[in-house]
Design a protein around this ligand. Sequence first.
Ligand code: FUC
Length: 805
Amino acid sequence: MQSIHAQTSLKLWYNKPSGKIWENALPVGNGRLGAMVYGNVGTEIIQLNEHTLWSGSPNRNDNPQALDSLELIRKLIFEGKQKQAEQLANKVIISKQSHGQMFEPAGELHLSFPGHDTYSDYYRELDLERAVSKTTYTVGDVQYTRTVFASFPDRVIVIRLTASKPGSLSFTASYSSPQPQVDVKTHQSRQLVFNGTTIDHEGVKGLVRFKGITEFKPEGGSSSSNDSTISIKNANSATIYISIATNFNSYLDLSGDEQKRAASFLSRAVSKPYSEMLKTHISAYQKYFNRVKFTLEPTEAAKLPTDERLKNFSSVDDPQFAALYYQFGRYLLISSSQPGGQPANLQGIWNRSLRPAWDSKYTININAQMNYWPAERTNLSELHEPFLKMVRELAVAGQKTAKDMYGARGWVAHHNTDIWRATGAVDGAFWGAWAHGGGWTSQHLWEHYLYTGNKAFLQDIYPILKGAALFYVDFLVEHPKYGYLVVNPDESPENAPQAHQGSSLDAGVTMTNQIVFDVFSSTIRAAEILKKDKAFIDTLIRTRNRLAPMHIGQHGQVQEWLDDIDDPQDNHRHVSHLYGLFPSNQISAYRTPELFSAAKNTLLQRGDVSTGWSMGWKVNWWARMQDGNHAYKLIKNQLTPLGVNKGGGGTYNNLFDAHPPFQIDGNFGCTSGMTEMLVQSADGAVHVLPALPDAWSASGSIEGIRAIGGFEIVRVEWKNARLVRLDVKSTLGGNLRLRVPNPIKQSSGALKLAKGENVNPFFKITPTPKPVISAKANPQVPELKKTQEYDVATLPGRVYSFYAQ
Ligand code: FUC
């Protein structure tokens, strides 16, 4: 019965409980609160998180000793003494204080149901169309149902327990927490209350106070309590409300009142009828979720429970599973990133461990950015806000870091940050001496502008772009051998060439050259649009002209470093030098064919299977390579149970991405990549179906994704690999240049073949400097699939429809 239903709807569902395994449990969240629902029968576990519950307190972690040694470190690197430079950098660049604080769990609510250890007809699901989780089972002749959701408008987690026979619901509730400083008490046999303060970490005092109130509202039956448990006996049903709050106001201010906050969220929620709460929750969620529909025909394989589909995915024909995973990515972003809240961290908003891997913080040499790749593309632009706000805050915090550590103007952030907006260098110079977390994250502000056309926003964030550019104007130095302006000290994230005796330190790293190029180019464009800073534009243009171009090396690869020292056997998870292919657009099928060919070689040399997020990034790259089948192969590699990919990641039963351990970036990266397979807009046109894999080509459609220039791709429909219907809504007006796989016609209006460059200013691209090509490289420019290009003059607010010719 369940399977037929599940096949036609967007549900994760299972016929067994999670047991002890957190990665079997199902996530719900409203951006502020997160919960993992185990669906265990005898003792249910609801593991709880709150977005501002972090170790530590406002702090900085700069190492101002860097400034005095900067010249010496640079000299050592330019002389090829990288190891020595790294040893020095470990002393003077890497933080002597916090290496970043930890995102912390709030605890667990346990509900014990006496006599429920033997049961039948078990089923649990997460309904992605309603953001509601449900568990049902039968004991004796009574059917029990538990519904859990994290209400968006009401700011509480709601658990509803029902039984098919009156008077048959009895349970005892208790709370446990890994937090060492937490008190639990009960209040009037109806509330379970906890109060705590987060832990100290790496010399930073834990000062986040948190309060949780769980209120029980049974219908019928009786309630009783002792010091730390609440018992409900013989009720007909019960509703449980969980409210959690902290004293966090901002990364600089912990003067909030967690007691008042938790109480006020709760009192507003309990006064509402359950059915109304559920209704308003679903409609708040669907405001975002319903914007995009992705339809791939379900096959027989889609009838099985989610964990079995995952097991089978790489060997059977189950295209709809990819669509389910796609929407799960959007579900996760909606649930972990809401305006006014914290951005989704390494685990979104779901963490049960007091000392989570990599502190569950923000790694900004790839991972946190990847979380936000689906934001604009999959029509969740408002949910980009928490991340963009973090960038604004880093731009303030990072000014002192730029000045004290590097004597530079502007602002800088290194490879990690946390809720306190730490901008110093952490972990060790091998990873931490990379100073481009600011430069890269600043590009999300520009991307938000390109998708929305919001000029007031551009005006507002322009100083942040300018600050990122200013930092590089001051930080770049001339390379004594090549003459280019380069960053030194630098590194290609977390990778070291063999030639450097195990040290990652270098100067003139490819990814950095690409990031600086983007920071300068977007700042120049923004200044032009806003008609300001003429002299600064000139400085940036002159400086940009002196950056190192990309190099194509002896193995036909895009060089990762300025010297041709890549190892074609290197299968490192970071392929940072393809930042220029995605998310940036400096490597293009149409504008830079040699680099495009070299990027393909790099991807082939690096291989497919890797950690979860690395495979997610590769889906985007193969989409940009216009190779849908290879992109789909990566999706298959990623959607594989953990342990199958030798030495690589995969996916857990609850469809969380496995680095391993769980990292949410891979979920978001793959969702972004699937969008890129269907529509791209970074290369001068709205390119429809650039990388449709054979597995999806028979028929399908996607509705509601977005493109640069304010275009909403209302509907793309294909049959037998041909585009049969396309509806595009223009929100800003301007020329719509379409690049499509087969000739199309328009029912009304003048569809013209495209001529010259796209005149729509949002599609203006700064030309990529000519690459330097090694004599041994011999780039074989790959043959591209045939496309057709059209220009349509659009008006704001109108929808334009096209059909296959
Ligand atoms: C970077 C990656 C690791 C991991 C960590 C959170 O350091 O190299 O693979 O994803 O971030």
